[in-house]
Ligand binder design. Structure first.
Ligand SMILES: O=C(O)CCC(=O)C(=O)O
Ligand SMILES: [Fe+2]
Length: 360
C-alpha cells in the first residue's frame, strides 16, 4: 500500500458520558488494539474554555525572555525539584538516539496534601487556582477511564474490582509521578522533504499509566507507529463517526476536539502486554510553531508493576509476555517479562534519567 504512511490513524472515538459495561469494553478494545483512543468532549468533562485558557497561559509563558524562564529551570529547587519547571530548547531527548528535541516544556506537578503547588513564574503564578482546577479535572477524567478499564478487565471484587487502577491513582493517599506539561515547538525554517525528516519529539512511549493529550486545530505533527512499521498521523479533529468529512478543516464547526488518550508503559506492564503502550513521535509537519499540552497520569510511587488479577488477563495468558519482554528491552529495563517487579517510582526514575541525561 504505497500511501499507507500518510493515512490517518484509525483511532476510535468513544463517549463515556454513560459508562456502561459496553462502553468499558470499547475502551478496553481501543486500548489493547491501538493504545490510543479519543474521548468525546461535550464540555462537561473539560470545558473548551478551560483548555483554551491553559493554551493561552502556555503561549504567554513560552514568550517570556529566556532569562526569566531560566529562573524556574527544570529540577532546580526554585522550580519545585525533580521534573518540575522549564525545559530549555533541546533540553531533553524522548528518543536518546535523536538527541535534543527542538522544543521547550514547562512541567507542573499537581499539589497534594503533603506538598503545596510548586513555585510558578509569571504569568502562571496569577492563574494558580485555574491551573490546579484544570489538573484536578484531568485527574478526574483519568480516574473515569481507569475505572472503565478495571470494569472491562473484570478484576474480582475482593481484589479491588473496577477500582483496582483508580485506587492506585488516588492522589489523597500519597505522592505520585503525575505531571502536566505545556509544550512549545518553535517555528522552523526546515522544509518538508529536505534531507532527513525533522523530528520535533523523538519516538517514544509514555512512561505513566495514561496520558491526556491536548492539541490545537491546524497544528498537526503527532504520529503513531503501526504494527507494520509505518507511521500514521493522528488528526486533531478526527471525522466524527456519523460524518465522512475530514479532520482539522472542520475544527470550528465541530467545537471542542475530542480528547486524545494514550496508554502508557505501566498499563502495558500491569496487563502482561494486553494494553498497548504505542510508540509515537512529533514530526515538524509544515514547520509552523506548535503548542500542545499533556497530562501524564502516574500511579502512587509505591504501586507495584505486576499483573492485575482477574479472568481477562488470566485468559490472555502468556500471549503478551513477549511484548512485555520487548518493551522492557526497549526501555533499558533488561530481562524478559518475568524479571524483577518494579515500583512505579523506580520505573519513572529510570526513564527520567535517560530522557534528561541525568547522572546518579
Ligand atoms: O506534542 C505532542 O503532540 C505529543 C507529545 C508527546 O508525545 C509527549 O510529550 O510525550
Ligand atoms: Fe508521548
Amino acid at each position: 500500500m504505497p500511501h499507507s504512511e500518510t493515512k490517518d490513524a484509525d483511532i476510535p472515538i468513544i463517549s463515556i458520558s454513560h459508562p456502561t459495561l459496553e462502553v468499558a469494553q470499547q475502551v478496553l478494545s481501543a486500548a489493547s488494539t491501538h493504545g490510543f483512543l479519543f474521548i468525546c468532549n461535550d464540555g462537561s468533562i473539560l470545558p473548551t474554555s478551560s483548555i483554551n485558557k491553559m493554551f493561552d497561559l502556555s503561549a504567554r509563558v513560552f514568550s517570556q525572555p529566556t532569562i526569566q524562564k531560566a529562573t524556574h529551570a527544570i529540577h532546580t529547587p526554585e522550580a519545585g525539584g525533580l521534573n518540575c519547571g522549564w525545559v530549555r530548547m533541546s533540553g531533553e531527548s524522548l528518543d536518546p538516539s535523536h538527541p535534543g528535541d527542538p522544543k521547550e516544556a514547562f512541567n507542573i506537578a499537581p499539589p497534594t496534601s503533603s506538598s503545596p503547588l510548586q513555585p510558578l513564574p509569571s504569568p502562571l503564578s496569577s492563574s494558580a487556582t485555574e491551573i490546579c482546577d484544570f489538573l484536578g479535572s484531568c485527574h478526574d477524567l483519568c480516574t473515569r477511564i481507569l475505572t472503565l478499564l478495571g470494569a472491562a478487565l473484570r478484576i474480582p471484587e475482593e481484589e479491588g474490582g473496577e477500582s483496582w487502577f483508580a485506587d492506585r491513582h488516588d492522589e489523597s493517599k500519597g505522592p505520585s509521578g503525575t505531571i502536566f506539561r505545556m509544550l512549545y515547538y518553535p517555528a522552523t525554517t526546515a522544509q518538508r522533504g529536505e534531507g532527513e525528516q525533522r523530528i520535533r519529539a523523538g519516538a517514544h512511549s509514555d512512561y505513566g499509566s495514561i496520558t491526556l493529550l491536548f492539541r490545537l486545530p491546524g497544528q498537526p505533527g503527532l504520529e503513531i507507529l503501526k504494527p507494520d512499521g509505518t507511521w500514521a498521523p493522528v488528526p486533531v479533529n478526527p471525522p466524527s463517526p456519523t460524518s465522512n468529512s475530514s479532520s482539522d478543516d472542520d475544527a470550528k464547526e465541530m467545537g471542542s476536539p475530542p480528547i486524545l488518550v494514550n496508554i502508557g508503559d505501566l498499563l502495558c506492564f500491569w496487563t502482561n502486554g494486553m494494553l498497548k503502550s504505542t510508540v509515537h513521535r512529533v514530526t515538524f509537519s509544515g514547520g509552523e510553531e506548535r503548542y500542545s499540552m499533556a497530562y501524564f497520569c502516574h500511579p502512587l510511587d509505591g504501586a507495584r508493576l505486576e499483573a492485575v488479577p482477574g479472568a481477562v488477563i488470566q485468559a490472555y495468558g502468556d500471549k503478551g509476555r513477549e511484548e512485555v519482554g520487548r518493551q522492557r528491552e526497549r526501555l533499558g529495563l533488561g530481562g524478559g517479562a518475568g524479571s524483577e517487579v518494579l515500583t512505579a517510582k523506580e520505573h519513572l526514575d529510570r526513564r527520567l534519567k535517560v530522557t534528561y541525561g541525568l547522572k546518579d
